[in-house]
Design a protein around this ligand. Structure first.
Ligand SMILES: [Mg+2]
Length: 467
């Protein structure tokens, strides 16, 4: 085999039952046990099930109650996102030793472009084995499944083919033949709504889609038909984009009593902005995006976000933006709407050590913006020495007592967690980075990095406790 046979060499590497495997690695008592990572409360959802628990039918995104019904002896372990993130960074660093082009899709999954590297690392089989060994070494014992093909799409299907610890090589000239017998559910964008639709059209395998008449596909499926047929022909021109997973930090508070007035909501946003800003500065991050989330008393979720022209770690700026968003979210038609949850998140984080972003961290030392920032840094030091209650804002001192100060604090930043947003699960992600091609796509082997439901977020925060 030579590089002529491989116009491109695309690796897709995907950790096996990532969260569960990390727990089993860190606690040998859990090895071989059916393990469910998720909140202890039955109201939550499963984040990841170990392979032992999957045998009984427990799986990601399943309600906890259902998973425990299917697998009553499962050991439930609350997630430790900070640890997963730490391992993720080790994994991504290991990938970076193979190629400068690494595109992270989530904490535990990435494309690696190895085009032109066959002479350095050997044939695809050799490359795959080296990547598996590198991940094993970098993490202290975690397994990764690897698929190698000449397109992103085929590589991703291949990594899932022989999980766990799989290594599947699909040479370009065999890709179409290899895909043909696969069920249509393996097509990107064919999810629970689309698969039955394809089946009703008599399209059961990828080969059926490939052989169908383009006119028929267009008439019955529109543009989606051409898209599916292109994948079925193993055509996928997309390049591996150098990208790290977007990070976010957030704080969601479920209130003891519902609040109605803008001032009361703003009070919580102010406190969240303070915490998040402190956390950003402490960890050396700034954020490009600010998102506000409100949940009404009848559990409707309203979110809105903005992107800033330049990233910030200033609590004042976070708050100012959040307050603007809040005013946009308050509709005049429902002035007495009651809210039970107020959330604020900073996303699209950049780190000061990230060379690409250096410009944003220098140059405006004496601007008003940076003076406000040094004040905040001074306050951080006071807070660190004397505790969060040591500095109070004048506005807070005058607050009416309608807002309970004993509200359960559900901050996830308070736990020292910088949660990663999985671009495939983050509903607000940039559609250009979409590998799903539609709302319907649900990846098979993937752990959501963010809690799926608000109920879970509450549970999880309670479970792990704060501070
Ligand atoms: Mg995985």
């Amino acid at each position: 085999m030579n590089s002529k046979d491989w116009p491109r060499v695309i690796v897709h590497a995907d950790m096996d039952a990532f969260y569960a495997s990390v727990e089993q690695l860190d606690d040998p008592h859990l090895v071989g046990q059916p393990l469910i990572i998720g909140p202890r409360s039955r109201r939550g959802v499963v984040l990841t099930a170990s392979y032992e628990a999957r045998k009984s039918g427990a799986k990601s995104a399943m309600p906890m109650a259902e998973a425990l019904r299917r697998c009553p002896h499962a050991v439930v372990v609350p997630p430790r996102f900070e640890r997963y993130q730490q391992q993720s960074e080790a994994i991504m660093r290991a990938f970076a030793d193979f190629s400068p082009s690494v595109e992270a899709l989530s904490l535990d999954e990435a494309f690696i472009d190895m085009t032109g590297a066959l002479e350095i690392f050997g044939e695809p089989m050799q490359i795959g084995k080296q990547i598996q060994q590198a991940v094993l070494d970098a993490t202290g014992g975690l397994q990764v499944s690897v698929g190698i093909a000449s397109t992103k799409y085929v590589a991703k299907v291949a990594s899932d083919f022989e999980k766990p610890n799989g290594l599947t090589i699909v040479p370009p000239h065999k890709a179409v033949q290899w895909l043909d017998p696969m069920p249509v559910s393996r097509l990107w964008g064919a999810g629970p709504k689309t698969v039955p639709r394809l089946q009703r059209l008599g399209l059961h395998t990828i080969g059926d889609v490939r052989r169908a008449s383009p006119l028929f596909l267009r008439k019955s499926l529109g543009n989606m038909g051409a898209h599916f047929q292109s994948l079925a022909n193993a055509n996928d021109p997309r390049k591996v984009a150098r990208r790290r997973v977007a990070r976010s930090m957030g704080s969601d508070r479920t209130l003891l009593q519902d609040v109605t007035s803008t001032a009361d909501i703003a009070h919580y946003l102010r406190r969240s902005a303070d915490r998040i800003g402190r956390r950003l500065r402490d960890k050396g991050y700034r954020c490009f995006g600010v998102r506000v989330k409100l949940k009404t008393h009848d559990f409707r979720v309203m979110t809105r976000q903005v992107l800033l022209p330049a990233p910030t770690d200033s609590s004042d700026e976070l708050y100012a933006v959040a307050f603007d968003i809040l005013q946009q979210l308050r509709t005049p038609s429902e002035p007495s709407l009651k809210f039970r949850l107020v959330g604020l998140a900073a996303y699209d984080l950049v780190h000061e050590d990230d060379p690409v972003q250096l410009d944003f961290f220098s140059g405006d030392e004496f601007s008003g913006r940076d003076r406000s920032r040094s004040l905040e840094q001074a306050l951080d030091e006071v807070t660190q020495r004397f505790g969060a209650g040591a500095v109070a804002r004048a506005a807070d001192l005058n607050r009416s007592s309608t807002v309970a100060d004993t509200t359960p604090n559900l901050d996830f930043v308070a736990d020292g967690l910088a949660m990663e947003v999985d671009p495939e699960h983050d509903p607000e992600h940039d559609p250009e980075h979409d590998y799903a091609h539609g709302q319907d796509y649900v990846p098979n082997e993937q752990e959501p990095s963010l809690p799926e439901s608000d109920e879970f977020l509450d549970d999880w925060c309670f479970d792990t406790g704060s501070d």
